[in-house]
Structures are given as structure tokens and as C-alpha cells.
Design a protein. Structure first.
Length: 129
């Protein structure tokens, strides 16, 4: 069980400050990470108390250097965390931070999401920088 996750929710393009249930990165660009995230339960909830107005939260976050070879299958992802002092910041199920126009190396199937952060921009998935 993953519990007590906290971060400042800083919304950089690397995702390093995102409040995430699972955050994956690599020391250099990896096109075939051979990473499988299967049958997990991730629950982010409450208010992390961040005074940062640009906060983001996600059940799963993949940094830009993880560029493919990832399977995300059969997970229960709930994110109701308010990670920002602003009223319009994002809560997501899965975030893939990439500059590519196609996340072809990511296989995302049979996941269940509940995303609602009490803000206008709650969303299931977010792909992009």
C-alpha cells in the first residue's frame, strides 16, 4: 500500500514536483523501459496544503526521459487530491510528460479511474509537456 504521499506539487515539465502515487524516471532517455505497472490500487485524496498555485497531482507520472516500453494494465486509480491553492489546476489519473506527438510505446488498458479534485480541470489522462 502506498500512503502518506506528499510533495509541493510544483508543475515543472519534468514532473519532479508532482504529487504522484508512482513516479517513473530514468537517468537518460529510454525508448524501451520494460516497465509494467499491473494490478495496483492508487488513492490520492485530501488537501496536501500546498501554497503553490501551479500544483499538479497524478496517480502515475512518467518523466520525459521514459519514452516507451511501458505497460499500464488493470489498475484502480483514484485521485481526489487538491494539490494547489489555485482553483483551476489539474488532477489526473496518468500523466505522460513527452514532447512526442505519439505515445506509441505506452500500452494503457483496462484501468479504472476516478478523478475529481474539486477543480475545473480534473482529467483521466494527460499526455504532453
Amino acid at each position: 500500500m502506498i500512503a502518506g504521499v506528499y510533495g509541493d506539487a510544483w508543475g515543472s515539465t519534468t514532473g519532479s514536483g508532482f504529487v504522484s502515487g508512482i513516479w517513473a524516471t530514468a537517468s537518460a532517455a529510454v525508448t524501451d523501459a520494460k516497465l509494467s505497472i499491473i494490478h495496483n490500487s492508487i488513492n490520492l485524496y485530501g488537501n496536501n496544503g500546498s501554497s503553490y498555485a501551479g500544483g499538479y497531482s497524478a496517480g502515475l507520472t512518467f518523466a520525459p526521459n521514459v519514452q516507451g516500453g511501458v505497460t499500464i494494465h488493470g489498475n484502480l486509480i483514484q485521485n481526489t487530491l487538491k494539490a494547489s491553492s489555485a482553483t483551476d489546476k489539474k488532477a489526473s489519473g496518468v500523466v505522460i510528460l513527452t514532447s512526442s506527438i505519439s505515445p506509441a510505446g505506452f500500452f494503457i488498458n483496462y484501468n479504472s479511474y476516478r478523478v475529481a479534485s474539486g477543480v475545473a480541470q480534473g482529467q483521466g489522462d494527460f499526455i504532453g509537456a
